[in-house]
Structure formats: C-alpha cells, structure tokens
Design a binder for this molecule. Sequence first.
Ligand code: AHR
Length: 663
Amino acid sequence: MNLQINTSRIRCFLVTVASYGVLILGWDTALGGTLPVLRIDTKKVIARVGPLHAGLMTEEINHAFDGGLYGELVANSALNAEVQPKAGRFGPWSLVGKREEADGLALDAGHPLNGATPVALRIEAASAAKGRSVGVANSGFWGIPLRPNTRYRLSFYAKAANDFKGPLSASLERADGSSISTSAAVTVAPGPWKRYGAVLITPSDIEPIASGRLTIATEQAGTFWVTRVSLFPPTWADRPNGNRIDLMQKLAALRPKFLRFPGGGYLNGASVETRFDWKNTLGPVTERPGHPSPWGYWSSDGMGYLEFLLWCEDLGMEPVVGVWAGSAVVQAGEVLQPFVQEALDEIEYATGNTTSPWGARRARDGHPAPFKLRYVEIGNEEITPDYDARFAQFYDAIKAKYPTIQIIAAGQIKDTGSRPGDMDYRKSAQVSSRVPDVLDEHFYQTAKDAFAEVSRFDRYDRKGPKIFVGEWATMEGVPVTPNMLAALGDGAWMIGMERNADVVIMQAYAPLFANINAGASQWQTNLIGYDSLHSYGSPSYYAQVLFNTYRGDEVLSTPVSIAPNFFTSATRDSDSGRIYIKAVNASGTVQPVRVELPGSSKLEPEGKEIVLSGPPESTNSILEPRKIVPVERSLQDVKAVFEHSFVAHSVTVLELSASPVGN
Ligand code: AHR
C-alpha cells in the first residue's frame, strides 16, 4: 500500500488491490467533486516506443491464405488427393451439363503434368452438342466472388483425346449456371499438356455475388483433361499471384511495422514432413506440391516464402522469419544440422546478393534486390527441455554467418483463454546456454486476465532479453471474431505493452484472419473475418487501428489506473509535440476524469477524441461490419487542467495538439 497526501489540494493517491489486480486510485476535491486525477508528467519520458512496436503475425489457419488473403479463387487447383476425401470426391469441382451416363468426371493419374501435379481431371463430354455444353465447374473457396466490371485472369493446362476437336469455353457463372461474364474460347489439341490463358470480364450492371463459379465446358462431344486451373481477380499492387485487395486495405490501416511468419503451428507442422518446407514453396505455383496444414486442411503453398516477403514489401513491414527448429521431433546434434543449414539458406534467399546460390535463386524467382531481414525466430512455442540445445545450435550457426541478425527464442506461453485444453502457464525450457536477443512470449487470455495483467511488464527485468509478444489476444466473443469485451481487454493489454515499450519492443495479435464460412475456421477469436466477397474488422481490430494510428514515440509518466476498471497510457510524438492519451473504460458507467498536464506548454484549445464503444457482448459481422467502429469528435477547451468524461465500455484516444518539446 502506497499513500500520498498533498494537503494543499486535498489530493490522495492510493494503491490498492481489487478483483482486477493492482489499481491506483486518485481523486481530487479541488474542483468541488471527487474526480479521479489523470496526471500526465510531460517532463518525464518513461520509455521510448521503438519503430517496430506493433506488427502482424500470420499463418495458414482458418483459411487465412487459401480462401483468404491469397488471391487465387480456384480451390484445389492441384487436385490434391488429400483434399478429395474431406470435401467430397472432387472437392469444389463438379461435372456440369451431364445428360447421359457416359458423361463423366474422374481424377486421372495417367497424365501427370509434373512431379507436383500427379493427377488431372478427365472430363468425358459424351453428350456435348451445339447448345448443350458439358464440362467442369469450380466453386472456389465457399464461392467465387464476382464483382461488376472486373477483369479476372484465367489460366489452366489442358489436353485433348485423339477424338476431340474442341474448342473449350471458359466463363464465370452464378451458382445456378447462368453466365455472368464474357467467355473465352480456346482450341485444345491432342498431344502434350499446353497452358492456356484468357481474361474474363464481368458486366458493369451486375450486383456483386459471393457464390459464383468458373466453368470450362465444350459443345463438342469428346474427352479432355484439365489441371492447375487458376483464376485471379485484380490484386493489391497488381501483383501476379498476389493478394486480395480488401484484406490488404484492412492490414494497411493497422500500420503494421513487421510481419511474423509463417507461424505458429503452421511453421512446425505435425511432423518433419509437414513443416513449412520453404524450398518447396518457391517457383511457379504449378510446380509447388503443397502440404497439409496442421490445422486440418491442405495448403496450396501459393502463398510461399517469396510471397510472404513481397507482402512485407507491399506494406512496408520488416519480415520476422520463423525457421523450423526441430520442433521436438529432431534433437540437437548431427541430425539437426541439415535443418540448421535449411535456415541459413532461408536467410540467404532473403538477404544474399545475386552471386550467392540462394540470392541467385531469388533473382531467378523475380526479385534480384535483397530484402532487409533483421529478426529470425528459432521455432515456435518450443516447450520441451531439449530446446536449449537446439536453440544453441541454430544461434551459433546463424550468428557466425550473420552476426547482426537478432535471434528470437520461442519462449513462454500463457493461455487462460477459453479455448479447449486451457494450458495456463507453460514455461518453455529455459534458454540458458545462450542469451537470446529477444524472447517471444504468447498470451491468450480472458478480458478479466488482461485487466489484471495490465502491469505485468512493469515487473520485467530491464537487464533481461527484450520481449516480443509474438501472439496475443483477448478471447471473448462468439466464433469467429471477438466482441467489444475482447476489445476492452485488448485495449488494456496494449496499454500495458505500450507503457513498457522499452521491454516489449514488438507485439502482434493472433490469429489475424478467419474465413467465416461453416467449417472454414479452427480458432475461436480472430482479428479480421471474411467470406469470399466481404470482410470486416472486429472491435479488437479497431482497437488496434486506434492504438497504431495514435502511437507516439515517447511514453509519458501517468498512473496506469485511477479508477476501477479504468486504464490509461499517454504518449507523445516527439516531432509534432502531439500528446495521445489512451484510456480503456471497462466499466458500465461513464468515467469523469480530471486531466492534468503539468509542464506542458502551448496546448491548443481544440483537440480530438476518438472513441470505440459498445455493449461488451456486441460485435461486428459480415452483415453488420461497422456496428462498432471508432467515432471521432472534436475536443474543446483543452488546457493544462481540464475535465473529460470517458464513455462506458470504451477504448478512447484523446489527441492533444502541443508544440514539440523545446519550442
Ligand atoms: O494462433 C494460433 C496458435 O496459437 C498458433 O499457431 C500457436 O503458436 C499458438 O498456440
């Protein structure tokens, strides 16, 4: 218990312990009421917010890439055998126009395109005739999204039986088979596989639909084969094999400074064979075999190592690459060495000049310029005792070749969230034989825990390794995206990390994405939800937009909490002098506060208030994507001492304009 009394203003500050942990209570009777005092010492900078403080974490979970960010609209393009049993015999493929028994669709292993594409679709179009097409349709990942006046790039491999003359006609259709785009005719011939390409264009007068399909059919009787069918809408920055635009826009609004990839559980896989084997994810997509994701579905690997790096380039993020580190199935020593070499090659692919073997490969893949890579993480959530030895082996090899690379140890996990198999604290084996540059800790928790832990990082040893909170989330709300209560927990948690930005140098929420269609997701709460056509940010997403937009680079001295369930942080932008007060009012009543900014000169009387609020159980969805979004208002009469009321159940930023320090 800490008690201060300033008798001249009858001001008290108490430190007490309430159900939500440590609370600092303060109030002031000088203005005639008993307002808690939020005193911001503008002369005292308690931490600096580093340039990489807030970023993204990503992996293939919840159809984050296939059926998510990765622009490919055709599902199971490689006709992978493992997909078929789960999604019905042909997955998203179906025969269209069948009239006779002889019309048929089959997976045919007799005509492999290449080693990564051992089977093809054989279409028996026995009854095809003028005005009676027979062919094959692909309904994409829970529907192919079709927008008005849009160009779709189609490509596929095809070959014809000796008796078949073609042509094949490709078009985009509604789910009922009515055509909705221009069609493209290609003449296929008997003989080896040949690649065909076309652009399909939708008319300007259609309503967008989420449930379209792509059809390749013929009006000539005969047999033909197709494989590696691909359809891309316009992509972010017009990249071939690129990313979905609406999702990239949502990410850009988060102003992320880094991207941690490729996982997560997805990095480790369920075995050596199913790890993220980055070398298999390079080159033409038609030559990538794909692999099973540990989250229960097939990954095409269209989002490969180079695509992750390009994604970083497109959003100005630094890559934080997780390298596979044995994952407790390969022990330290000689057997681990090939995987250490894999990691060294992986770093060389990103950073090497074009005379190095893997730098040359990157150039051949279309990107001669090296990427800036400063952070490499050894594994993910490594909790077995042998991690220390595995970490040391990777650490020594990477530091010897790349001394400036910062090496992150995959550290402690806390999970008191509501997902099944609550883990509580699971300590990773101590990394004792080497000192990691940074330690990655993960936190999945309830809102109650997030409030109680708001001061957690205050207690961290300032002489220890810097902390990367590489995965965190408040897990409240119905599947698959969190509700406002979660956003309150996240707000408090971000306040705790921001106030300790000297220790928490990087942080990222997880998981980032979820396809909301039934059966598409594996995780309860995810930041951004979507179907094939629409996407929305959860309240937690908007809480992050707020924090990252109004970040500041100097953390000013403030109490963390001046009332029950009320948490605060204050930062300043040293260039502009602007002050950002962030507050989470997790209680159900308005919280009036007396704000004091001693020592702050030249405050502008007009500021800005940006508020995210709503009932704790309410949320955003495909149907109501903007139910809970930040609302901006102007703030009047800002001065060195002013009163402000914080809305119930809110995450708020007050932006105060002031001159830069020293002016
Ligand atoms: O974010 C989902 C999973 O949670 C990650 O794959 C894993 O690292 C953690 O356990």
